[in-house]
Structure formats: structure tokens, C-alpha cells
Design a protein around this ligand. Structure first.
Ligand code: HEM
Length: 453
């Protein structure tokens, strides 16, 4: 938004440009699965570098139309894509008014399993639900009250994972990793007694599969109710050191819909596992940095943002797990380039900003150092966790758990990517790295050596 506003309508992409955006930006992301990834399609998008085509398409349009929001010719629903970094920051900063989080498409997807979640709520209800999430997840606190307990869980599960890998030809693949990751997530969110509760995870997975289809899929009401009853069981138990215990302790009122916030935590942890697995691949491809990171992690006083955390942030910059951040304008807004109608869906395509080699030095390289400076990446919208008042309130927990897992795995073994040339630190990083197709080989550590080098 700009004070020097222009009363004319914003520029609109032609029909063929709109189709190109739909085919190259929206369709690949929808096909990969917005709420639950489809591994085969992720593999195809990786193989044909389709994500790079989406970024190039938007770059070409920003060259042609300038950098203000660009309206798309979509029937039945005003839609615009944000092309300017300052506009992206502005939209995120002005959430939820006049840019609401409960965008229509998001609502139709999340409505399958968390219709009263903060992200898809508005007005007073959103305010209260967001505040509840912030309190339980301790959004403004880099180290959650239960950080020690979460780290212990990660250490215990990593120990068992490494032992399991030893019985599987010393190979760590996604399926093996994922079993461990799900256990970590259930223990952190629901408590230790949920460690083996795969039923609950499967119920949510089924609901998420339906959610991938948004309004095109009928709601699975009975399954949703059963899933909620299972969550209510854990809410009553309030297992010590779990997010459920923290939630129970809040004495939330019914308008805050406490149980409706929990599916988001469970489901949003899945991309965190993907980010951690990719970060392990990045560390394998950058052994010197990995060695420094481990020396720091095992030191007596690791800094607030350490190198392992920076590796996870880089994994999320290079391959953001929320590639489309959606907002919906609540009223007509004025921009330098023209006016944007009320009820327009605004699309922020994070790879377009994260991989903009026109402005970002070495956009396609592994650049963890940038997260280690006091200002982080500065004003450029590197927003894997979104930004502004709608920023992900779980980000500190994610970074804690993933970075501690990387430390725990590397302390116990030396890992090499299979085949090693899958990711080469000397060449640009691929536009997508499928976590489902990554494999690592475990090599036994010599006494007194603990790096990925
Ligand atoms: C790699 C992992 C994660 C990433 C990249 C991520 C990213 C994001 C992003 C981009 C949003 C904003 C979405 C939007 O505006 O439409 C968001 C919202 C949210 N995230 Fe995360 N998230 C992650 C994991 C988690 C975890 C593990 C939790 C909880 C334990 C969590 C809790 C939330 C909540 C409650 C919201 C809604 C905030 C609101 O209503 O304003 N996230 N996350």
C-alpha cells in the first residue's frame, strides 16, 4: 500500500498471463498437496524443476507491469498476486485488517478439520484464538518453558532412530525418519502417552487428504467428530510438559475453541520434519559449515541463533513449506499503482521473493550466515514463517526441535547423502528438494569425532 495512491484500478494480467500463473504457480502447488503433500507429485515437480518456472513467470510479469499487485483474470473471485517486496511486507504487517488471514480458499481447506482455528476466524474470535495460540506456543519467547523436556524427547527418539537405522542396512530414508518424527510430534503436542497413537495421526491424515481438495471434497463429519473426541481425551489428561498441558492450564473460554487450535499444531509439525530432513542434506553438502555447527552445538554456551538453526532457516528459505501465503482484503485499498477491490484474495508466492537472484545475492546458494547476523535478512521478505501480526506463533518451537534433532543425529553418527552428488554445494541449489526421496547413509563415528564432514 502506498499513501501516494492512484484511484485507477490496478493493472490486470491478460487471460494468457493469468493462465500461465495458474499453470506455473498455483497448479503445481495445489497438485503437490497444500495441506498434505503427495510424495509422487512432489517428485515430479522436483524432477522437472517446475517451481523455478513459477518464479520466472512472476519475474517476467513484474518486469512488464512494474512491482505493484497484479490482478488476475479469474472468473468469480477477484485475485491478485503481490510482486513487490515492500508490498509483501505491508500486506503481512497489516494483518488482519485490511488483509485478513481467513481467505476463502484457505477456509475451504482448513474447514475440513479445524473450522474454528485462529487462521480462519475473524474479528473478536480471531483475536482471542490467536492470543490463545500465542500463549501456549509462547510465540514471543525463543525458548519455550518446556524446551528442556522437548529436547529430552528429541534425544530419546534420535537414539532409537539411529539404532533402527543400524538394523536397516545403515540407511536413513524418509519413511524411517517419519516414524520417529511423528512420535516426537505426538509426545510434544499430546504427551508421552500418545507416542504410539498412530490412529490419531491417521485420522488427521485422512482429514488432511480431503482438505487438499478444499470445497471440491465433501466434509467427513463423523471422522472429524471422532478425531475431536480423541483430542479431548488428551486435553483431559493434560500430560506434563506437553502443549496440551499448557493449553489446559489456560482455562480457555468456549469462544476460543481450544481444541480446534490443536490440529494445526499437529499438522504444521509435518513440514518442520521435512525442513529438518532437507537441512540434514544441506549439511551433508556443506561439510565445513556442518563441522562448525556441531562444534558450536556441543560448546558450553551456544548462541541464540546457532548454525544448526540457521541451516533449518536456510532449508525453509530455499524450499519454503508454505509457498503460498494467502490474505483477503476486507475493504477497498489504495496502492501507488491503483485500487484493489474489497474481498480480493492476495497471493504471496514465497519462492518468488526467496529466490530472486535479481536482488538477492546468491539466491540459489546455501547462505546460512545471513540468519546469524543481528538483523537477520533485514527488510527483504524472507518469510518462511510469514510475518507481521500473523507470523507463525510456533516458529521458535519448530526451530528448537529441528535444530536439536540435527544435533542429536550428528552427534550419534556421520551421515552422507545417497548418492552424494544429489546435492552439490558447488552448484546452485535445485528449485525443489523432495524430502520423500532423500536417503542418507550412516557411517559409524570414530571416537571423538562428531560432524557430518
Ligand atoms: C516448518 C514448520 C512451520 C512453518 C514453515 C510454518 C509456517 C507458518 C505460516 C507461513 C503461517 C501463516 C499462514 C497464513 O498466514 O496463512 C503459520 C501459521 C500458524 N502456525 Fe506455523 N509453521 C510451521 C510449524 C508450526 C508448528 C509446529 C506450530 C505449532 C506447534 C505452528 C502453529 C501455527 C499457528 C497456530 C498458525 C496460525 C497463526 C494465526 O492464526 O495467525 N506452526 N505457520
Amino acid at each position: 500500500m502506498d499513501r501516494r495512491s492512484n484511484p485507477a484500478p490496478l493493472p490486470t494480467a491478460t487471460l494468457s498471463e493469468t493462465i500461465a500463473i495458474v499453470c506455473r504457480v498455483i497448479a503445481p502447488n495445489v497438485a503437490k498437496g497444500v495441506i498434505r503433500r503427495r510424495p509422487k507429485i512432489v517428485g515430479v515437480v522436483e524432477r522437472f524443476a517446475l517451481d523455478a518456472q513459477g518464479v520466472q513467470q512472476l519475474q517476467a510479469l513484474s518486469q512488464k507491469y512494474g512491482r505493484g499487485p497484479l490482478m488476475l483474470k479469474v472468473p468469480g473471485k477477484p485475485m491478485a498476486v503481490v510482486l513487490d517486496p515492500a508490498d509483501a511486507n505491508d500486506v503481512l504487517e497489516h494483518t488482519p485488517e485490511p488483509f485478513a488471514t481467513d481467505e476463502r480458499l484457505k477456509r475451504s481447506a482448513l474447514g475440513h478439520f479445524e473450522p474454528e482455528m485462529a487462521l480462519v476466524s475473524s474479528g473478536k474470535a480471531r483475536e482471542k484464538r490467536r492470543a490463545l495460540n500465542e500463549r501456549v506456543l509462547q510465540s514471543s519467547c525463543p525458548r519455550h518453558t518446556f524446551a528442556e523436556a522437548f529436547t529430552r524427547i528429541v534425544e530419546e527418539e534420535a537414539e532409537q532412530l539411529v539404532a533402527r537405522v543400524g538394523t536397516r542396512f545403515d540407511e536413513l530414508d524418509w519413511a524411517t525418519f517419519h516414524v520417529t518424527w511423528e512420535r516426537i510430534v505426538r509426545r510434544i503436542v499430546l504427551g508421552d502417552i500418545a507416542r504410539y497413537d498412530r490412529t490419531l495421526t491417521k485420522e488427521l491424515a485422512t482429514l488432511r487428504k480431503a482438505a487438499n481438495w478444499g470445497f471440491m471434497h465433501p466434509k467427513r463429519k463423523r471422522l472429524q467428530q471422532r478425531f475431536e473426541r480423541h483430542l479431548a481425551f488428551y486435553y483431559q489428561r493434560a500430560e506434563p510438559n506437553s502443549l496440551m498441558a499448557m493449553l489446559s492450564a489456560q482455562g480457555a473460554e468456549s469462544e476460543q475453541a481450544p481444541l480446534q487450535q490443536v490440529p494445526q499444531w499437529l499438522f504444521a509439525f509435518e513440514p518442520a520434519g521435512m525442513a529438518a530432513f532437507r537441512a540434514l542434506a544441506l549439511l551433508c553438502a556443506h561439510p565445513e559449515f556442518a563441522a562448525q555447527a556441531m562444534a558450536e552445538a556441543d560448546g558450553t554456551s551456544p548462541p541464540a541463533v546457532d548454525r544448526l538453526t540457521a541451516s533449518v532457516l536456510e532449508s525453509l528459505r530455499l524450499w519454503p513449506t508454505t509457498p503460498l501465503i494467502l490474505r483477503q482484503s476486507t475493504r477497498l485499498t489504495q496502492w501507488k499503482q491503483g485500487t484493489l477491490p474489497a474481498h480480493t484474495s492476495l497471493l504471496i508466492h514465497t519462492p518468488y521473493f526467496h529466490r530472486d537472484e535479481r536482488y538477492l545475492h546468491a539466491a540459489h546458494q546455501f547462505m546460512p550466515e545471513m540468519w546469524l547476523t543481528p538483523d537477520g535478512p533485514g527488510q527483504w521478505p524472507l518469510v518462511p514463517f510469514s510475518g507481521g501480526p500473523g507470523v507463525c506463533p510456533g516458529r521458535h518451537i519448530v526451530l528448537l526441535v529441528t535444530s536439536r534433532l540435527l544435533a542429536a543425529l550428528q552427534r550419534r553418527a556421520r551421515w552422507t547423502l545417497q548418492p552424494p552428488e544429489k546435492l552439490n554445494g558447488q552448484v546452485p541449489m535445485p528449485s525443489l528438494l523432495s524430502p520423500f526421496h532423500l536417503r542418507f547413509r550412516r557411517e559409524h563415528l570414530q571416537p571423538n569425532s562428531a560432524t557430518t564432514a
